[in-house]
Design a protein around this ligand. Structure first.
Ligand code: ASP
Ligand code: MG
Length: 404
């Protein structure tokens, strides 16, 4: 038999009842014969609560101390889950990221996994133990704690599955990947199989189910991921190579909409490539994930640049621009948090033209102003005012067969 890595998200382990349920689910998998390694997130809202505590101390808490704080969340879950398994008569042991030497880069709160030492895990598996590992965390070469960015436990799971040559199963509070989050688009359909590329696009643009870096990693190592519900027996979604066969017929596979971004516009930058390099180079160095970039209107040697970043990175971006303003008082900037970033994704777009035109037609006929647009081979993203979000996604859902 092989090894399976199962990951349970925060909502699946939100209280003791659920932890016991998850323990039973793990045991029944273990009884089927596979060795089981479990990755867990922090219980329920723990990570948010920890972040709120830090915010009560400072608007811009020290990054190292932040990771010291955040890594406690997962540590609570692993110990409780291992206790639950042991109390049910099974051998289990839990490990933190540092105990397993989950080596990462040193960007706090957005670290990347470099390597994992699986010796300890393999030894425990040989002793027939169910191994429980804290997701979302790692350690730098200088023994500093790091976290992988919000939702990073999925990435921990994929990385471990790759290193162990294991199957990878992600259990969460929905029973798979939908054409859109059913909480946002009521009649969204479940997708049985989706290609890595489509899933990467959807995940990186706010499809809450799977962390985008987890899908990237799975794609790089061609590791199939199975995503299903912790609390139901419904068949989930498999993320794998190639995507849906019937995709040939479908132009758009899925849609995402995110309210988590802020649009920043920097006005009157000296118009040269050096400025762009300085702006985005600095943001990149600080681990700020810039997404859309547009509107470069050049006038009198000056240009305006608009871009979106996750709201949580607004502080860092702000700091950066303020620093620059000190040397150049012409530079101004504004931010707009009242935006929705909507994206449609589908490898069918490679062979179908007119998708963007159709979207513009739908928005225009319904007086929805588009504030920014970007496209790639299999994705179109546009920004609208938050107040128009629901109407916009319903229009797209109805017109591109994304609903039941
Ligand atoms: N607990 C972390 C978070 O809430 C990591 C995760 O759940 O994947 O972002
Ligand atoms: Mg998650």
């Amino acid at each position: 038999m092989g090894i399976v890595v199962q990951k349970y998200g925060g909502s699946s382990v939100a209280n003791i009842e659920k932890i016991k349920w998850v323990a039973d689910k793990i045991i029944s998998r273990y009884k089927q014969g596979d060795s089981v390694v479990v990755i867990v997130s922090a219980m329920g809202n723990t990570t948010n609560n920890l972040l709120a505590l830090a915010k009560d101390i400072s608007d811009d808490p020290d990054q190292r101390e932040m990771d010291m704080l955040l890594t406690t969340g997962e540590q609570v879950t692993i110990s409780l889950l291992a206790m639950a398994l042991i109390s049910k008569g099974y051998n289990s042991v839990s490990f933190t990221g540092s105990q397993l030497n989950i080596q990462t880069t040193d960007i706090h709160q957005n670290a990347r996994i470099k390597d994992i030492d699986v010796l300890k895990i393999n030894k425990s598996l040989e002793e027939n133990k169910i191994v429980v590992v804290a997701g979302f965390q790692g350690i730098t070469k200088d023994s500093e704690y790091t976290t992988l960015g919000r939702g990073g436990s999925d990435t921990s799971a994929v990385a471990l599955a790759v290193k162990l040559g294991a199957k990878c199963e992600i259990y969460t509070d929905v029973d798979g990947i939908y054409t859109m989050d059913p909480r946002r688009l009521k009649k969204a359909k479940k997708i049985d199989i989706i290609g890595y590329e489509e899933m990467m696009e959807m995940a990186s643009l706010g499809a809450g189910v799977i962390h985008h870096r987890a899908v990237e990693l799975a794609y790089n190592f061609k590791l199939p991921m199975y995503v299903a519900s912790t609390f139901s027996e419904n068949t989930g979604t498999t993320i794998t190579d190639g995507g849906m066969v019937e995709m040939e017929e479908t132009v758009i596979t899925g849609m995402t909409s995110s309210l988590d971004d802020v649009q920043i516009t920097v006005l009157n930058l000296p118009s040269c490539t050096k400025s762009l390099y300085r702006l985005f180079g600095n943001l990149g160095e600080q681990g700020v994930n810039v997404d859309m970039i547009s509107q470069m209107i050049i006038k009198n040697g000056r240009m305006n640049v608009s871009f979106t970043v996750p709201k949580e990175d607004l502080n860092k971006a702000e700091k950066n621009i303020k620093e620059w303003q000190k040397d150049d008082d012409k530079i101004q900037w504004e931010s707009n948090e009242s935006i929705a970033k909507i994206s449609v994704v589908g490898s069918g777009m490679r062979s179908h033209s007119g998708v963007a035109a159709k979207i513009f037609e739908l928005m225009s006929n319904n007086n929805i102003e588009i504030q920014m647009v970007t496209t790639s081979e299999i994705k179109i993203t546009w920004v609208v005012d938050m107040k128009n979000e629901q109407l916009a996604i319903e229009l797209i859902g109805e017109n591109f067969e994304l609903i039941k």
